[in-house]
Design a protein around this ligand. Structure first.
Ligand code: TXD
Length: 305
């Protein structure tokens, strides 16, 4: 059976790491595309040379030509600038809009049936832009951030309690940035509420570290931002789409009335399958969580107008 075609725009840190993980998982044939001549080609060749050792069955190729996206089942947009120390995600808005906008337009022409996962920052605004420029239905355009923010929180809790990260369940919604909304009351460790494991002040500290999780890594790296966990986040979403798993994961999606919000792209739980977003899952929120989600949505609407 032919493998699905996956195109990744941007062969930088997140794009190339995602290509590597997709290949190792055998999720599809990968086309890496980057404006820098030779970069995508070089990384694709390097990845192909790991195939005899890793025994993955997929093809990886690299190019500078956007039209190589043609007929992709999945398009992953990582093209753009990454943060430097001291920069906010919003500082990237103008430059990255000029990169993501034309990509969205081109992909609509050559891969009209694709599901799109946006990674480029500022994430929620780039999802809205991709939706607008591609003209795709909202079911086929989503952003990756909630999986990453949730994984960061889960890892901090697991490190603090010295438990297996997979024993920690937590979900982070809202905007990818200061206005992320962790569902504090529903965090569990080995099935028991986090409040039975840690004092409230300690939980506050872990939530604060999660909010600053991206900046912590930017400050350590001094150039570029996180990419291993972001690539894992993309692969989880890609796997749910390509394998039609119907898994519920937090994604940035366009809302049309869900959670009382419309005309905004923001992190919410969604069921993913072959068609993309199959449905947005409306979890019961506390009044504080609902207010925090609304505040995040207000800020996003303000920055887009
Ligand atoms: O949670 C999340 N959504 C994020 C988002 C987690 C991590 C990184 N996040 C954002 O993804 C980050 O702030 C950036 O906006 C993107 C990509 O991050 P990455 O770390 O991969 O940046 P790199 O290594 O600089 O790679 C970007 C590549 C680079 O090779 C450029 O040459 C290329 O994008 N690029 C382009 N490719 C194709 N077409 C155009 N126009 C283009 N412009 C730049």
């Amino acid at each position: 059976m032919a493998l699905p075609k996956i195109s990744i725009l941007g062969a930088g840190q997140v794009g190339a790491t995602t290509a590597h993980l997709l290949a190792l998982k055998g999720l599809g044939d990968v086309t890496l595309i980057d404006v820098v001549e030779g970069l995508a080609q070089g990384k694709a060749l390097d990845l192909m040379q790991s195939a005899p050792i890793e025994a993955f069955p997929v093809q990886v190729c690299g190019t500078t030509d956007y039209d190589a996206m043609a007929d992709s089942r999945l398009v992953i947009i990582t093209a753009g600038l990454a943060r430097k120390p001291g920069m906010s995600r919003e500082d990237l808005l103008a430059a990255n809009a000029n990169i993501v906008g034309p990509i969205a337009q081109r992909l609509a022409a050559v891969a009209p049936e694709a599901v799109v996962i946006v990674v480029t920052n500022p994430l929620d605004l780039m999802v809205a832009l991709t939706l607008q420029r591609s003209g795709f239905p909202r079911s086929r355009v989503m952003g990756m951030a909630g999986v990453l923010d949730s994984a960061r929180l889960r890892s901090f809790i697991a490190m603090r309690l010295a438990v297996a990260p997979s024993d920690v369940q937590a979900m982070v919604l809202g905007s990818h940035g200061d206005l992320m909304v962790p569902l504090r009351g529903s965090i569990t460790v080995k099935g028991k509420p986090l409040t039975t494991w840690l004092r409230s002040e300690e939980i506050d500290q872990l939530l604060q570290r999660t909010k600053e999780g991206g900046a912590e890594i930017v400050a350590l790296l001094k150039q570029g931002s996180a990419f291993y966990a972001p690539a894992s986040g993309v692969c989880e979403m890609a796997g749910a789409v390509l394998r039609n798993t119907h898994a519920v994961v937090p994604v940035c999606a366009a809302l049309q009335g869900e959670y009382g919000l419309r005309e905004v792209c923001i992190g919410v739980p969604a069921q993913l399958g072959a068609a993309g977003i199959e449905r947005i899952v409306e979890l019961p929120l506390t009044p504080e969580e609902r207010a925090a989600l609304q505040a995040a949505a207000r800020q996003l609407s303000d920055s887009f107008t």
